[in-house]
Structures are given as C-alpha cells and as structure tokens.
Design a protein around this ligand. Structure first.
Ligand code: ADP
Length: 132
C-alpha cells in the first residue's frame, strides 16, 4: 500500500469539480484517508514548488494558488503515486489526453485542476508538509 498527496487547486474548487475528481480516484480503487481545506500562502508555495521559483511564470502560479482555499487530500492504494499521476494527466491540460482529469477539465498549464505527488519520496515530503 502506498500513499500519495493531491491538492485540488482553486479552479477545481471554483468550478465545483471536487466531487468529480474524488470519484475518479475512488473509482480507480484509491481510498481517501485524509482531507482538509487550506488557504495556502507564499511560504508554503515556495517550499512546495521549490523547483519552479526561478522560472518566469512562478508569480502567476503563486497568485493562482492563493486565489481561493484548496482541498488537500491523501489517497492510499497499490501504486498510488504513479496511478494518481496517470489519472491526472500531464501538466499542460491542452496536451492531456481525453479521459484524464486535466484532459477533461483543465484549461491550460496553470489552470490544470490538481497537483499530485510525482514520486514516492515527494509524496512522503508533501504529506509531512501539508499534514503536520
Ligand atoms: P505538475 O503539476 O504536472 O507536477 P510541475 O511540477 O512541472 O508540473 O509544475 C507545477 C505547476 O506549475 C503546474 O501544475 C502548473 O500549474 C505550473 N506550471 C508549470 N509549467 C508552467 C508553465 N510553463 N506556465 C505556467 N504554469 C506552469
């Protein structure tokens, strides 16, 4: 059994897609084991997106991610990290295949519905960061 973290981003919250995203994960056999709604801030985003802080679009990412509260969840299941990333689809919603969450609901690279941990190590780090 593996755990992975997902953040339902402001576009997911505002467009009332929370139920649909959770259903897709549940239907794939992943089980929610923790959930909270949080207002993110600059400090946690600089930590969470440390690999992006030097990039020109980072201020846009922060502005978007703090624009409304987000829902942060942990799902558990076999191979949860890889399966959650596959269900979510690639970063750019325009290139994400139909049938993936980003392909079906996302608008572009910024407004792409959710973040999911990209490795077992980052899942552990992110779970510790968001569920202290
Ligand atoms: P992912 O969320 O798929 O793991 P990254 O870790 O590369 O992707 O990027 C984190 C987030 O930063 C993305 O989900 C997206 O919201 C934003 N982002 C990434 N690349 C771009 C870009 N070129 N332009 C605007 N936003 C971007």
């Amino acid at each position: 059994m593996e755990k992975s973290l997902i953040i339902l981003k402001p576009d997911c919250m505002q467009r009332k897609l929370v139920g649909k995203v959770i259903s897709r994960l549940e239907n794939a056999g992943l089980n929610p084991i923790a959930c909270k709604i949080m207002q993110l801030d600059d400090d946690i985003l600089v930590e969470h997106y440390a690999h992006l802080t030097h990039l020109p679009f980072f201020p846009e990412v922060v502005e978007f991610m703090i624009s409304t509260p987000v829902m942060v969840m942990i799902f558990e299941g076999e191979n949860a990290v890889e399966r959650m990333r596959n269900i979510l689809g690639p970063t750019d919603s325009q290139k994400a295949p139909a049938g993936t969450i980003r392909g079906d609901f996302g608008l572009d690279k910024t407004h792409n519905i959710a973040h999911a941990s990209d490795s077992k190590d980052s899942a552990e780090e992110e779970i510790a960061r968001f569920f202290k």
